[in-house]
Design a protein around this ligand. Structure first.
Ligand code: FAD
Ligand code: UDP
Length: 381
């Protein structure tokens, strides 16, 4: 008999399975509709032996020592700091747009004036979201803001989201601010890297406990029911707790309509050279239908005579056809999410956690942090 059923074998589900099994000796059943663990962070070796990320590039980074220490029980790390270049006016320049980028795209006198203005107004080592920079009245800063907006953000965002930067929650473009610094790294978090032997190997270690049972290729709807009047597993009443990491709207059969998502299509290419790009990620804000190209070996540190790259083509999410990768955190969608959340709160012993269940643009570390927080809450009951 299981104490807990967990729906979804991504970060959220796996962390909770591990905690409940190892710390509380609970028997846990994890139900996963795909045929592998790890959710969207799953990686695998392609047919040439190059380690790739099946659902797009994943770089682990966090400010949380707790999260880092937790995962470090299950993996060693390949210490990697992500660097991104974007094609702007025919050149490949550092992103986030920073003091170095300014020197690459403007003539020296203008570059110096813009750099000085940024430092005077915002201070050194400060991150300024593009939408905030656009609010400045100063003529030079206005010029800079419009340049960066047009060349880096507008068309990339239109491709990625199908809507412009102003229509999105400002925190989305705020993830990649203009950085008043000479630091070219994409993230400044103190802990950064990739699991040394890959994400999937780390997930296997997380799950390595005799109390955890896994069912692949199974949608929870096929073997259980969840409702405010009680739950069933294989037709029998189920009195234990349920941790749900799938889409919140699906849990209620889309009673209030679908919550929208963006999806992606990946095109992979293998090349018979050691490296194709100078960095792990090359963004194409302008032109092309794809947003970025990732060369996985830069991220993973793998040595291999061939190299594998993936181009990302954003697209609408269509139920049953592709994967819901990104919740669209616009105001009206939050309203709909809150209605579903109210329904979720009426379900006895059901806890929702993760990017799909909370409809939040979570990075991996944030999912681990919320899963650990939920575990502590459950353990203290
Ligand atoms: P998921 O990984 O989505 O796991 C949910 C699981 O539930 C899935 O395996 C799904 O198949 C299963 N499931 C859903 N419904 C059902 C059902 N009805 N029945 C059974 N099983 C079900 N984060 C970073 O920190 N750094 C990055 O560089 C980064 N890059 C990313 C790039 C892309 C393209 C994307 C899409 C995300 C990226 N992320 C990154 C975010 C990261 O993928 C997520 O934060 C994390 O994987 C979310 O974990 P989760 O467990 O909440 O959800
Ligand atoms: N963005 C952009 N141009 C870039 C990089 C990012 O316009 O060159 C915007 C875009 O809206 C994107 C958001 O910033 O969706 C967040 O970028 P991030 O790299 O964090 O996205 P993710 O890795 O989650 O896809």
């Amino acid at each position: 008999m299981y104490h807990t059923i967990i729906i979804g074998a991504g970060y959220a589900g796996l962390v909770l399975a591990e905690r409940l099994a190892s710390q509380q000796n609970q028997k846990v059943l994890v139900i996963e509709q795909r045929q592998h663990i790890g959710g969207n962070a799953y990686d695998r070796y392609d047919e040439h032996g190059v380690l790739i990320h099946e659902y797009g590039p994943h770089i682990f980074h966090t400010r949380s020592k707790e999260v880092w220490d937790y995962l470090s029980q299950f993996t060693e790390w390949h210490h990697y700091e992500h660097r991104v270049l974007a094609k702007v006016d025919g050149q490949e320049v550092p992103i986030p747009f920073n003091l170095n980028t300014i020197e690459r795209v403007f003539p020296p006198a203008l570059a110096e004036r813009l750099q000085k203005k940024l430092v005077d107004v915002f201070g050194y080592n400060v991150k300024v979201p593009i939408l905030k920079l656009r609010e400045q009245d100063d003529k030079d800063l206005k010029f800079l803001a419009e340049y960066v907006y047009e060349k880096v953000f507008l068309h990339y965002t239109l491709k990625q989201w199908g809507i412009g930067p102003e229509e999105l929650d400002p925190t989305v473009t705020g993830r990649v601010p203009v950085y008043v610094s000479r630091d070219d790294r994409y993230f400044q978090d103190p802990y950064q890297g990739l699991p040394k032997y890959g994400y999937t190997e780390m997930f296997k270690n997380i799950l390595n406990h005799p109390n955890i049972h896994l069912m692949f290729n199974t949608r929870y709807q096929d073997i259980m029911t969840i409702s405010k009047d009680g739950h069933t597993l294989f037709g029998q009443p189920f009195e234990g707790q349920i941790i749900y990491t799938g889409m919140i709207d699906e849990l209620f059969d889309f009673a209030y309509g679908e919550l929208p998502y963006r999806s992606l299509r990946f095109e992979y290419d293998i090349f018979d050279v050691e490296y194709k790009q100078s960095v792990g990620q090359l963004n194409s804000p302008n032109g092309y239908d794809f947003t970025r190209i990732t060369e996985f070996k830069h991220l993973t540190g793998q040595k291999h005579p061939k190299t594998s790259l993936a181009r990302e083509y954003p697209q609408h999410y269509v139920k049953g056809e592709n994967i819901p990768y990104y919740p669209i955190t616009a105001e009206e969608n939050q309203v709909k999410y809150k209605k579903y959340k109210q329904l979720a709160d009426t379900l006895p012993n059901v806890h929702l956690v993760g990017r799909l269940a909370e409809y939040k643009y979570y990075d991996m570390d944030a999912v681990v942090a919320t899963a650990l927080k939920l575990y502590k809450k459950l353990a203290s009951k």
